[in-house]
Write a protein that binds this ligand. Sequence first.
Ligand code: AKG
Length: 210
Amino acid sequence: MRRAQRPHTGTGIGGLRAEPAPGVWYRLWRGFVADHDELMRELLCELTWEQRSITLFGREVMQPRRIAWQGELPYRYSNQTLQPREVSETVSGVLARVEIACGVEFNHVLLNHYRDGTDSMGWHADNERELGECPAVASISLGAARRFVAKARDAGERVDLALGGGDLLLMGGDFQNRYVHAVPKTKRPVGERLSLTFRALRCAPSASRE
Ligand SMILES: O=C(O)CCC(=O)C(=O)O
């Protein structure tokens, strides 16, 4: 993976674009990865997966999912630092296609493994300083479909998408500044799901944040 040098224009190819509030947009490619079940199996075997604890509002809690990551720079979020890890061939192949479609150079991938409907992702925005002012964040979904919801911090349309196996989502513009997003728990029986979330880190976190 290279360092992000191009501006985060998100002027890629195709996908359906939606603008839930002025300057807040996302682009969605359904079925971007054809062999998504096979890719999910490969990533589950090849990568080092862990369930980590994070500090939320001063309390240490286990993240309700497993994670893995790759990238040449450390990534700091929720008071934890993910140290650099080499990018595998499998991930580079997906990354190259995602970069062309999105028109963005990414240099970090965080993978989330939702084992069943009790695994989830709480409300948050990917707005760490190291991601720059209007971060472009892309995600590939593999395996079972899950709801992806986003809501404005102030005013704007709510976003409620079923992200299915193989879908690619790109969030751009002011999405991370004005909206928060989540993957809620579900009581419905659902199979496992992986998401690969691509970010363009401009620098390492400053020592005071380490
Ligand atoms: O799993 C997803 O689709 C969302 C992942 C996400 O929000 C993140 O990694 O910050």
